[in-house]
Write a protein that binds this ligand. Structure first.
Ligand code: NDP
Length: 329
């Protein structure tokens, strides 16, 4: 096995530009780790888009195999928890950023970074969820932990994107009234199919320090002026789970939502989410996200198609989740 070759998308830096190409690599070239995984599916996330296009400084060491998540089968293991043949998945831990990642047919990683594939999900359906969906679930859990006023509306921003799509579906499935905010009016039917009760446009950048109270809770994937606008309309005691910055990193707000309405701003970070708590999050995803919903929000592409899709995801033009069949190199 150790000398077998496999295909991977490899990023190299030349003259300040990022080159992305599929290369044949030797298994012995993989970085150190106690588990070797034959990858079946990976996905394309926003962060991968930034890395592959070079539009965000995600990667500092080259060559690098991008891909911040994957699902596959253990081929070799020195880790006590994993045996050859085990079905596993990985999200986060800097894989695809500092350690060769999932947009490849093989990866060698720390076993501590892996999660057993949860009952009810196969490799493809787990990747239909992927890092984006895992993060959406963390947002929902954070909102629930802070309490959601019954009968009030919940807002999801960047709703047609990966995190947004899963958040809409999870919150609707839990019985909440979900309002989906999107810049793409042509995705309104898609968002209603995922469970949105109402589809609205992007939130306005300008507004009074406080607007009418509307959102009992918010999942914000956009940041910037969108996050500031969501805060202005969150109800007294409501919570905003902020996980993304697709629309900017600046946050220009007043203290009024916090000191006059007691709004909670909850920062969500999935990369280093504790290992021991991850299986329960995945079990909840497997339980709460019906198979037809997972399929509805996922499109499949080949490994060779990734560079073209990378540019589109950074431009906010990709709907839902992008599952990459790494066998189609
Ligand atoms: P996507 O590209 O799939 O979705 C982002 C969505 O944001 C777009 O589809 C679009 O939605 C909206 N959007 C994009 N650009 C703008 C803009 N300029 N102004 C307003 N809205 C915009 O990305 P993901 O869903 O995969 O990720 C979303 C964010 O979450 C990213 O910033 C990503 O880095 C972050 N993230 C954070 C994680 C964490 O651990 N905290 C983990 C995973 C992701 P629409 O067309 O519907 O308006």
């Amino acid at each position: 096995m150790a000398n077998d070759s496999f295909k991977a998308l490899v990023l190299e830096q030349r003259d300040g530009r990022i080159d992305a190409a599929i290369q044949e690599l030797a298994t012995s070239a993989l970085p150190a780790g106690d588990v070797l995984v034959d990858i079946v599916y990976s996905t394309l996330n926003y962060k991968d888009g930034l890395a592959i296009t070079g539009r965000g400084k995600i990667i500092r060491q080259f060559p690098m195999v991008p891909g911040i998540d994957f699902a596959g089968t253990v081929a070799e293991s020195q880790h006590p928890d994993y045996q050859p043949g085990d079905a596993v998945l990985l999200t986060g831990w800097g894989v695809g950023e500092r350690h060769w990642g999932g947009l490849a047919q093989r990866a060698r990683v720390k076993g501590d970074w892996l999660v057993p594939l949860p009952a009810g999900l196969d490799a493809r359906s787990a990747m239909a969820v992927g890092t984006a969906g895992f993060t959406a679930m963390l947002c929902v859990l954070a909102l629930e932990q802070h309490g959601l006023a019954p009968g009030r509306e919940l807002l999801v921003t960047g709703a047609a994107g990966g995190v947004g799509s899963v958040a809409v579906a999870l919150l609707a499935q839990a019985g909440h009234t979900v309002v989906a905010s999107t810049g793409r009016a042509d995705e309104a039917d898609y968002l209603r199919e995922l469970g949105a009760a109402e589809v609205i446009g992007r939130l306005l950048a300008e507004g009074r320090p406080l607007e009418s109270e509307r959102w009992a809770g918010v999942v914000d994937t956009v940041g910037g002026t969108t996050l500031a606008a969501a805060l202005r309309s969150t109800v007294t005691g409501g919570s905003v789970a902020a996980c993304g910055n697709a629309g900017g990193i600046e946050l220009n707000t007043t203290v009024f939502p916090f000191i006059l309405r007691g709004v909670n701003l909850l920062g969500i970070e999935s990369v280093h989410y504790p290992r021991a708590a991850r299986p329960a999050v995945w079990a909840r995803i497997a339980r709460d996200l019906p198979a037809n919903t997972r399929e509805r929000m996922a499109q499949g592409i080949a490994l060779r198609d990734v560079p073209a899709y990378a540019a589109q995801i950074v431009d906010g033009k990709v709907r839902g989740r992008v599952v990459v069949d790494v066998g189609q190199a």
